[in-house]
Design a protein around this ligand. Structure first.
Ligand code: PRT
Ligand code: MG
Length: 224
């Protein structure tokens, strides 16, 4: 379901999360001639102005970006493939892989746990993750029986305290796994962030959105 967008004035609303996605999106916005006028790390505002009075930025949790865009509370946004797979992508047009906030989705276990043998012997594994849909699909495709334990953060803790045998999480440098004596035993997929656009907004505001989409596309191509 898609509701009418909240910016009937023809303005555009972009949903972004603080941190790596915000940082990596700034150069793409610059390429489209848009400068965000406040820093979300220091400002308490949740709606940030830009140099273009018709463009505003909503600061939301990374997992909430697809929801804001799906319902038209934001016209467009940037979200990781990990987050989009869990959301399902309903009501979203995903025109560009921006190649930013790159990482991978992996399975990790305690350094002492023999994952390969456990899988070969058909053991039932307890897997803690925020990414239950992705994890369910991955293990079903391998024919591995799992009990999924839904967590909302700090997945790395679960195997350390015996909550689970394994975790499914996103990894970039691998430093967090190493610091907690965990090993990456399987890569599920490469992850990067995508531009997501509300399907109704794309039709109603195409004249404003299309140049921005094209600028993002060009800038992300030259960056990678
Ligand atoms: O923080 P919050 O709970 O609000 O949500 P979030 O963690 O999903 O948001 P954020 O901003 O941290 O991540 C946004 C997007 O960035 C994710 O959806 C991914 O697509 C992407 N991304 C890229 C990452 C990482 N790299 C990453 N390293 N997301 C999370 N991490 C975590 C990782 O799981 C580990 O806990 O960062 C930690 C450090 O990673 P290492 O491997 O470098 O040690
Ligand atoms: Mg985070």
């Amino acid at each position: 379901m898609t509701i009418a967008t909240q910016s009937p004035d023809g303005g555009l609303i972009l949903a972004l999360s603080k941190g790596r996605i915000f940082e990596d999106t700034l150069p793409l916005l610059e390429a489209a001639g848009i400068t965000v006028l406040e820093n979300p790390e220091t400002s308490r505002k949740l709606i940030l102005p830009t140099n273009d009075p018709a463009v505003r930025v909503l600061v939301v949790r990374a997992t909430d970006v697809p929801t804001y865009v799906q319902y038209g509370a934001a016209d467009f946004g940037v979200a990781g493939k990990d987050v989009l797979l869990e959301h399902g992508g309903e009501g979203l047009y995903q025109p560009v892989d921006l190649n930013i906030a790159a990482c991978r989705m992996s399975v990790a276990v305690n350094a002492g746990f023999d994952y390969a043998t456990a899988v070969r012997q058909g053991a039932r594994l307890r897997v803690a993750t925020k990414f239950v849909n992705t994890a369910r699909q991955h293990f079903a495709a391998k024919g591995v029986h799992v009990d999924l334990i839904k967590l909302y953060g700090s997945m790395e803790l679960a195997p350390l305290v015996g909550l689970s045998d394994a975790i499914v999480d996103v990894v970039s440098t691998g430093n967090t796994l190493r610091a907690n004596n965990l090993v990456e035993v399987e890569k599920i997929m490469d992850i990067s962030s995508r531009l997501v656009v509300n399907q109704a907004a794309l039709k109603l505001k195409r004249a404003r959105l299309q140049p921005i989409i094209e600028a993002f596309e060009r800038a992300s191509r030259t960056q990678s």
